[in-house]
Design a protein around this ligand. Structure first.
Ligand SMILES: Nc1nc2c(c(=O)[nH]1)N[C@H]1C(S)=C(S)[C@@H](COP(=O)(O)OP(=O)(O)OC[C@H]3O[C@@H](n4cnc5c(N)ncnc54)[C@H](O)[C@@H]3O)O[C@H]1N2
Ligand code: MOO
Length: 393
């Protein structure tokens, strides 16, 4: 057998071939999940003005149990027209501007209003009590969200409050998905003898979307050399990344590698010391990346996560990999002699429990998985209690 490439070397080879894509302006409301290419800086101070953290009375600093004259009101969106003089108080709502002359807000529960238009405040008003200062959250001109951030809901909110309506994001990788196999039947259709539903297409499309990619084509091709060539040619016409499944092993009907060579894709590696995922193939055509993933559904998902996902992230200028954690196996796991195994595990704190049978066709082994635990190749088994490296999903 030709030698198998170690998992980390395979991943390094993929990442070495990645050139980050360009950038584009994206309306903030459409930027969820996008990778920020340029820092978002605060256009002004946030909060932009001194405002109240409570409904109550704005007062000058002073002791408890003072009786003050109510001279006006400051509401959110409608600042008070008056400034406070000695002995004055202004009725104030949460979020409303604290008027000039006021140092603090006494919450309404700690006050007592009188029919003559005065109020007794029962709390001491220490300076800035219940007052949110200008720029407490963000200072004008400082970085509110750094480049490289994948924009989640909170980052969108921060960018909005920083006064930004458009953000500069990495272009989304355009991904073509190609499922090969005579046996494949579109999802939802009845299965003929020997047929199986094309689950890879929908599962991988989901992973692509979660990694920020855009699926630009989904094709199924039968196992003939001509059809595979045509499908690959077409898929490569308009994609940054081509991800195929199936047809990369050594069977008589495995045409993917030849078809990729015919399309001018240059092989970087084939076969990894990995279970599941041994026949994984990787190549490039110019800046286009091509991953030929194994057909077995678990192998396709695991190799997507190990190789394709980091590539998609780096194409977008995001960090490729979170550092591996360590966990302790709760059960013994048999080791493969010449392949590292990515065992699907649930995590309870640092305790890793395999999700059940680990065959590369057992799709439900992925369902409950929190992480992939790396069980290194070797003799015998890795005992319960052994430490393993885990990659969280
Ligand atoms: N003689 C050998 N046979 C195999 C070897 C080997 O080294 N020598 N390696 C095995 C390993 S490991 C894997 S992994 C598979 C990978 O084979 P292929 O990538 O060529 O995949 P196929 O043979 O086309 O399909 C494998 C399996 O997956 C099912 N499949 C394929 N596509 C889909 C899809 N889109 N949705 C759902 N399921 C799919 C297919 O029906 C097969 O059951 O090769 C081993 N054999
Ligand atoms: O390496 Mo294969 O992906 O185990 O079934």
């Amino acid at each position: 057998m030709t030698s198998l490439l170690p998992v980390d070397a395979a991943r390094a080879a993929v990442l070495a071939a990645v050139t980050p894509l360009g950038t584009e302006e994206v309306p903030l409301a459409q930027a969820l999940g996008r990778v920020l290419a340029r820092d978002v800086r605060a256009g002004g101070d946030v909060p932009p003005f001194r405002n109240s953290a409570m409904d109550g009375f704005a007062v000058a600093a002073g002791p408890a149990d003072r009786r003050l004259r109510i001279v006006g009101e400051s509401r959110a969106g409608s600042p008070a027209a008056v400034a406070l003089g000695p002995g004055d108080a202004v009725r104030i709502s949460t979020g409303a501007a604290v008027p000039d002359g006021a140092d603090a807000v006494v919450m309404v529960e700690r006050t007592e209003e009188h029919p003559d238009g005065t109020v007794t405040v029962h709390d001491e008003a220490t300076p800035d009590r219940n007052v949110r200062g200008v720029g407490e959250d963000l200072r004008a001109g400082t970085v509110a969200v750094p480049a490289g951030t994948t924009l989640g809901p909170a980052a969108l909110g921060v960018a909005a409050t920083a006064g930004v309506a458009h953000v500069t994001c990495a272009r989304r990788p355009r991904v073509a998905l190609l499922a090969t196999g005579d046996e494949l039947v579109p999802i939802g259709e009845p299965l003929p003898p020997g047929g199986i539903h094309d689950s890879n297409a929908v599962a991988l499309a989901g992973y692509v979307a979660l990694a920020g990619g855009e699926v630009v084509s989904r094709t199924r091709t039968p196992d003939t050399a001509e059809a595979t060539r045509a499908a690959i040619r077409e898929a490569l016409a308009d994609a940054d990344v081509l991800i195929s499944t199936g047809g990369v092993s050594v069977g008589a009907h495995d045409h993917v590698k030849d078809a990729l060579a015919a399309a001018g894709v240059e092989e970087r590696f084939w076969r990894v010391a990995l279970r599941p995922g041994k026949p994984t193939w990787f190549g490039v055509r110019g800046e286009q990346l091509v991953l030929g993933l194994p057909g077995n559904p678990v192998s396709a998902m695991v190799t997507f996560l190990l190789f394709a996902r980091p590539a998609l992230l780096v194409l977008q200028g995001a960090p490729a990999l979170a550092p591996r954690d360590t966990a302790v196996l709760t059960r013994a796991v048999p080791r493969h002699a010449v392949r590292d195994e990515m065992v699907r595990v649930t995590l309870d704190g640092d305790r890793a429990t395999p999700t059940g049978p680990q065959g590369s066709h057992v799709m439900t082994s992925m369902l409950a998985a929190d992480a992939l635990a790396l069980v290194p190749m070797g003799e015998g088994e890795l005992p319960a209690g052994a430490e393993v490296a885990v990659e969280r999903l």
